[in-house]
Write a protein that binds this ligand. Structure first.
Ligand SMILES: Cc1ncc(COP(=O)(O)O)c(C=O)c1O
Length: 436
């Protein structure tokens, strides 16, 4: 067997036997995977449906239009008011295309601060270093959550928007557990003379499923990825008010991309049909219920859950009260078969590579069919793992030493309590196999 297929089999085994609590991940249906693995990948189709630069695109035109129709339907939008570009290769290029379409180089962007849950693709810069291309081209200012509530103070953001006078205001992030007030964001952006982009990469499935608020009434442009709560292939959708769609299409191609990935467009079309079913609505509601159960369990066990809970699919836990690093916790949890990612928290005091928190998400476990009893059990296991971690209260200099990392991972993997939990996790996973 080709080594690649051995690696796929190994990864499949891991995905089946461990709990994947990364909020940006999910398990797709077999239909989505078949579409993405199809012969559609053989075709080049630069341009837009009905206006291509290559011959032989009759089917691709129909496919792209079908995907667009389903995208509008999944979010209850009228084709006379909204257009949707389905060609962006992923969330980051989708956002870049929006900036390319709406802004001139040097224009100002107001976006959410990364350590408070924002996203790199909104123009992250750190200690004066322009980490992203976006920050090199545009002038980015960030708004932060309130220290007291760990939520947004919209009056403060409005004041900042008045001072900065951005041309674009962005909301959305990877680790903000609360619903964003899209109405207020839209108002404050428009009052400051800016466009409003709602990036709902994480919440897309919760919005389609009707359990989170829809931003469409208030935003000029809405971007989303299709591979997170929406449960589709890795891809992105850019919805824009009708008057902006021409600029957005031209920014995607030829602005920043070449030929679209037709197989991904097909996979997105499949997932967008799935997202309109009753079963999907039930899944979306359960995703949120599961996250709330997890947040409650961890709060009761003495952990600081950022903002006191969640409205969504993710829970952010600050481990400073336990004097633990998110790095240590994430490795220990992995040794116990629980895959999470370490994350910065509001008023972060540590560096982004060794942040103070962990981020937990419920999409994949919900897709497997897990509900309240399993979430309570998972919360208990997380607490037990974190208790074991007390002996690893490590300074950052130590965690950063490569020789130590190897040694530490070895030690963690041999920890008897973590081995026991890993076995229990695998047993639970066997009861909730991945569905095709
Ligand atoms: C808010 C937000 N926007 C954009 C992206 C970028 O998506 P991708 O990783 O597909 O480029 C992400 C990914 O996590 C995200 O959370």
């Amino acid at each position: 067997m080709d080594k690649v297929f051995e690696l796929i089999a190994r990864e499949r085994e891991l995905q089946e036997t461990t709990l994947r609590l990364i909020p940006s991940e999910n398990y797709t249906s077999k239909a989505v995977r078949e579409a993405v693995g199809s012969i559609l990948m053989h075709k080049y189709s630069e341009g837009q449906a009905g206006k291509r630069y290559y011959q032989g695109n009759e089917v691709m035109d129909d496919l792209e239009r079908l995907c667009q129709e389903r995208a509008l339907a999944a979010f209850g939008l009228k084709g006379e008011e909204w257009g949707v570009n389905v060609q962006a290769l992923s969330g980051t290029p989708a956002n870049l295309a929006v900036y390319t379409a709406l802004l001139e180089p040097g224009d100002k962007i107001l976006a959410m601060y990364l350590p408070d849950g924002g996203h790199l693709s909104h123009g992250w810069q750190y200690k004066g270093k322009k980490v992203t291309l976006v920050a090199k081209i545009w002038e980015v200012t960030f708004y932060q959550v309130s220290e007291k509530t760990q939520r947004f103070d919209y009056d403060q953001i409005a004041k900042l928007a008045e001072q900065v006078k951005p041309k674009l205001v962005i909301s959305g992030g990877t680790a903000y557990p609360r619903e964003i007030d899209y109405r207020r964001m839209g108002q404050l952006a428009h009052q400051a003379g800016a466009y409003y982009l709602a990036d709902v990469a994480h919440e897309a499935g919760l919005i389609a499923g009707g359990v989170n608020t829809s931003p469409f009434r208030f935003a000029d442009v809405v971007t989303m990825t299709t591979h997170k709560t929406l449960r589709g292939p890795r891809g992105a959708l850019i919805f824009a008010k009708k008057e902006l769609t021409g600029e957005i299409d031209r920014a995607v191609f030829p602005g920043i991309q070449g030929g679209p990935h037709n197989e991904t467009i097909a996979g997105m079309a499949v997932c967008l049909a799935e997202a309109q079913t009753e079963a999907f609505k039930a899944y979306a509601a359960q995703v949120v219920a599961n996250a709330q159960i997890l947040a409650k369990g961890l709060t009761t066990a003495g952990y600081e859950v950022i903002s006191g809970g969640t409205d969504k699919h993710l829970v952010l836990v600050d481990l400073r009260r336990q004097k633990l690093s998110g790095w240590v916790a994430a490795w220990a949890l992995e040794a116990a078969g629980i895959i999470v990612n370490r994350n910065t928290v509001p008023q972060e005091t540590a560096s982004p590579f060794y942040p103070s928190g962990i981020r937990l998400g419920t999409p994949t476990v919900t897709t497997r069919g897990m509900a309240k009893p399993e979430m309570e059990l998972i919360g208990t296991w997380i607490n037990q793992v974190l208790k074991v971690c007390h002996k690893w209260q490590l300074p950052e200099e130590k965690m950063a030493r490569q020789d130590f990392v190897k040694e530490f991972r070895q030690e963690v993997r041999q920890e008897p309590r973590l081995i026991e939990i890993k076995q229990a996790v695998a047993e639970l996973c066997r009861q909730f196999p991945l569905k095709d």
